[in-house]
Design a protein around this ligand. Structure first.
Ligand code: HEM
Ligand code: FPP
Length: 300
């Protein structure tokens, strides 16, 4: 083998390893979590910490979220092997060993904690660690396998980042960021159940008690409508307490009308593609809602 061939092989192997590590971090989800944490910082009272401290805090929150995602991949490897959507994952296919994944998760968690301790504060570090344990242990190891309410309760961990961002800035707990947590908390069930309807057979095969498996698709669709209405109500709270203005109110009204409309549409039609479309819409919805919160705060 020539030196050129060897270097090409090494290049390919390292690219593959990097993409495996990125995959177990659930990088797109983590980017969304970091975005919501950033809005938490942007809406908090300005503590004159400067942009470097804010970026480092977001990096810390992102690293701890990625660590939680990596642990989820290790804990769920047997389930992942049984589901069409997840059976190509690096740990499920043994492309990445359990020990490498756990060492990786530990190292990035330690770096994340150090960043948060240096650039934010102890309360933010502890709360972020709490969210990590909430997702990687409480949701993944216990709730996911135990009850169809798994994602309702477990959703709290993923809903925490706006509060984490706010606390990284202020060092104290206060009421306004909890409203943002409540928004993501209420958004999570329709976000996930839409996907669970489309992937019902996967969950059935893996023996995971997701709502469409235990209570049927029609009931799950009704729950999605109920949560989308609740979400619309919760979304009004930032305006009602004077935290956000009319740009946010208008954006939230349009987005929620669309969400409710699409949920009702899903109930009225038996079509797997509509469920996937609602799942994808839920992601754009959250992105646009949080961008609207930001624009509302900084353009007025
Ligand atoms: C317990 C709570 C949650 C559950 C059970 C859940 C479930 C899922 C699942 C199963 C997927 C599909 C992943 C895949 O295709 O491999 C997904 C995708 C996604 N979720 Fe969630 N989710 C939750 C919370 C959140 C939160 C809090 C956020 C952001 C704030 C979020 C953002 C996203 C995004 C951006 C994607 C698309 C990822 C991609 O395209 O690769 N999720 N979610
Ligand atoms: C520190 C902090 C904020 C932690 C939150 C971590 C985090 C990555 C939350 C996202 C929730 C999520 C993607 C759940 C899906 O898990 P699943 O196992 O049901 O989905 P899967 O089958 O795709 O793995």
């Amino acid at each position: 083998m020539t030196v050129l061939e060897l270097s090409q092989k090494w290049h390919l192997a390292s690219k593959l390893t990097l993409s495996n590590y990125l995959e177990i971090c659930k990088i797109k989800v983590v980017l969304m979590l970091v975005l919501t944490a950033w809005i938490g910082i942007a809406l908090a009272p300005d503590m004159q910490r400067g942009w470097l401290a804010q970026i480092m805090s977001l990096l810390g929150i992102g690293l701890l979220s990625a660590s939680a995602a990596a642990v989820n991949h290790v804990v769920d490897r047997e389930i992942d092997k049984k589901m069409a959507r997840t059976r190509h994952r690096p740990i499920a296919t043994s492309q990445l060993s359990i020990s490498s994944a756990l060492i990786f998760a530990f190292v990035i968690a330690v770096i994340g904690c150090v960043l948060l301790l240096i650039w934010s504060n102890l309360l933010c570090t502890l709360l972020t660690l709490g969210a990590l344990v909430g997702y990687a242990v409480v949701y993944t190891l216990f709730l996911k396998r135990a009850t169809p309410q798994n994602i309702v309760i477990g959703g709290l961990a993923g809903a925490m980042p706006p509060l984490l961002g706010w606390v990284s800035e202020t060092g104290t707990l206060s009421a306004p960021p909890w409203l943002l947590v409540m928004i993501i908390f209420t958004w999570t069930p329709p976000h996930f159940w839409a996907l669970a309807i489309a992937r019902k057979n996967d969950y059935q095969r893996a023996n995971i008690p997701m709502l469409p498996v235990t209570h049927g698709v029609a009931f799950t669709k009704l729950c999605i409508i109920a949560y989308s209405i609740l979400l619309a109500i919760v979304c009004m709270l930032p305006y009602l307490i004077g935290m956000s203005g009319w740009i946010y109110l208008l954006s939230a009204a349009v987005l929620n009308l669309l969400f409710i409309g699409k949920s009702i549409n899903l109930y009225l039609h038996q079509c797997e593609q509509r469920a996937m479309a609602l799942f994808r819409f839920s992601i754009s919805y959250l992105l646009l809602l949080f961008v609207a919160l930001f624009i509302d705060k900084w353009w007025m």
